[in-house]
Design a protein around this ligand. Structure first.
Ligand code: HGY
Ligand code: MN
Ligand code: MN
Length: 429
């Protein structure tokens, strides 16, 4: 097996084992603990919603950390923060790693943050051993991956890659009516005040690598510390509304009712039934459900709920969407329903050339890293159409995520970071 060695400016060979050994577990643990303070919840979880004050402060902290090792910070028009390390050949396209700092409202310490901080630790480790990349090397933190405050998610990477327009994205509003654009301008003003220069969108990249927690049970069950991700399943988000008529809860006979809650429950059950598959590969979730006018003694006239639908095959996803559209056109307890698509991202497969490089590095570091497909979406789903892209996963306890108890063993986080650092070094040659 070819030994991936590289010669930093001082001429000493840098094999992958030396790079991996330069990763410092205590430094990574300390960064994870510090980042978790931005938007810390009393139950040990994190609430760092996209472009809120905690998110902005976390970005400024990250910029400070990376600038201390010579990285140049910059920010683009959708708020993606880049930290660039120059290469010995600055004309070459950069190798980029990163993830997101925003969290779910009742999120964990690792979703997104681990990918950003593993990237920071990789830069530090390479810096500590005097490794000068030939290609520039960048760390990025993408804006609004989660979509919990501003839906849909992956705004930063989607706008960066030209998949969605900046102007349309700025108009998205949160549940308080605050637009993404106004929250973004507040965040950008802080970064401007800190002297962070602007940069263009869609800058070319040689490759993008993202480390992330698996957010599922596969790696833990396999007893693996790291996984090489081959692709990401497709995802479609919808909003369903049911319109009936409000009336008095006590006086209105059943025959006269057009109860939007009754209609919504019947439709939700029918949609769930349509999504039920024997192989348990379809992922169907109703995560938000609102009833109005929301009074104990008034029959609801408006109900809306969200649908998150996922599958690794584009055709199956399409067939289910068609089935959902048919169901929404039926009459539900005398009420009318609408099914509005909010976002749709096709499944992506990562290039075998890149996953093979990760396999080689894992083998050289004696890390066993099984392959798997991601059930969760990530910013890599858009980067996959911008440049050669792949991901590394580390397990999380009981596969739990999007939950305050989300946890990844430090040893697994370190193994993933070591493989990331080694793979970045190989790619920047
Ligand atoms: O929803 C997702 O798949 C991602 O974790 N935001
Ligand atoms: Mn994530
Ligand atoms: Mn997430």
């Amino acid at each position: 097996m070819q030994n991936h060695t590289d010669h930093p400016t001082d001429g000493s060979p840098t094999d992958l084992a030396t790079i991996a050994a330069a990763v410092k577990p205590a430094r990574l643990a300390n960064d994870l603990a510090t980042a978790a303070q931005f938007g810390a919840r009393s139950d040990g979880g994190v609430a760092r919603l996209a472009l809120d004050d905690s998110d902005t402060r976390a970005r400024l902290w990250l910029i400070e950390q990376a600038s201390a090792l010579g990285a140049k910070a910059s920010v683009d028009a959708i708020g993606n923060v880049f930290l660039d390390i120059p290469g010995s050949d600055p004309e070459l396209e950069p190798v980029v790693t990163g993830s997101h700092l925003d969290s779910q409202p009742a999120g964990g310490k690792y979703d997104g943050a681990l990918g950003v901080l593993a990237g920071l630790e990789a830069l530090r480790a390479l810096n500590d051993i005097g490794f000068t990349p030939r290609r520039p090397l960048s760390l990025v933190s993408w804006t609004n991956e989660e979509g919990a405050r501003f839906s849909p998610g992956t705004s930063g990477s989607a706008v960066f890659c030209g998949v969605r327009s900046l102007d349309e994205t700025r108009l998205i509003e949160d549940s308080d009516g605050v637009s993404l654009g106004s929250a973004l301008d507040t965040c950008l003003a802080e970064l401007d005040a800190a002297g962070v220069p602007r940069r263009p969108l869609a800058t070319p990249m040689h490759a993008f690598l993202e480390l992330h927690i698996e957010q599922g049970p596969i790696l833990e069950r396999a007893g693996a510390a790291v996984g090489v991700v081959e692709g990401i399943q497709g995802v479609s988000w919808f909003e369903v509304t049911i319109t009936g008529s409000a009336n008095h809860a006590g006086t209105t006979p059943r025959a006269m009712r057009r109860d939007a809650f009754e209609g919504a429950c019947a439709l939700a059950t029918a949609l769930r039934e349509a999504a039920r598959d024997d192989e348990d590969r379809v992922r169907f979730t109703i995560g938000k459900f609102t009833v109005s006018p929301g009074s104990v003694n008034t029959i609801p006239d408006h109900v809306s709920f969200s649908i998150d639908l996922r599958h690794p095959e584009a055709l199956t996803l399409k067939a289910l969407e068609a089935e959902f559209n048919k169901l929404a056109q039926q009459n539900w307890a005398g009420c009318r329903a609408t099914l509005t698509p909010l976002s749709r991202v096709e499944p992506v497969a990562f290039p075998a050339t890149l996953t093979a490089l990760l396999d080689d590095a894992a083998q050289e570091l004696d890390i066993s890293a099984p392959h798997l497909v991601s059930g969760a979406f990530h910013d890599a789903i858009h980067l996959a159409n911008h440049c050669p892209t792949a991901m590394l996963f580390v397990p999380c306890r009981d596969g739990l995520s999007h939950h305050p108890d989300e946890h990844t063993e430090l040893a697994d986080a370190v193994a993933g970071t070591q493989l990331l650092a080694a793979s970045l070094a190989s790619l920047t040659r």
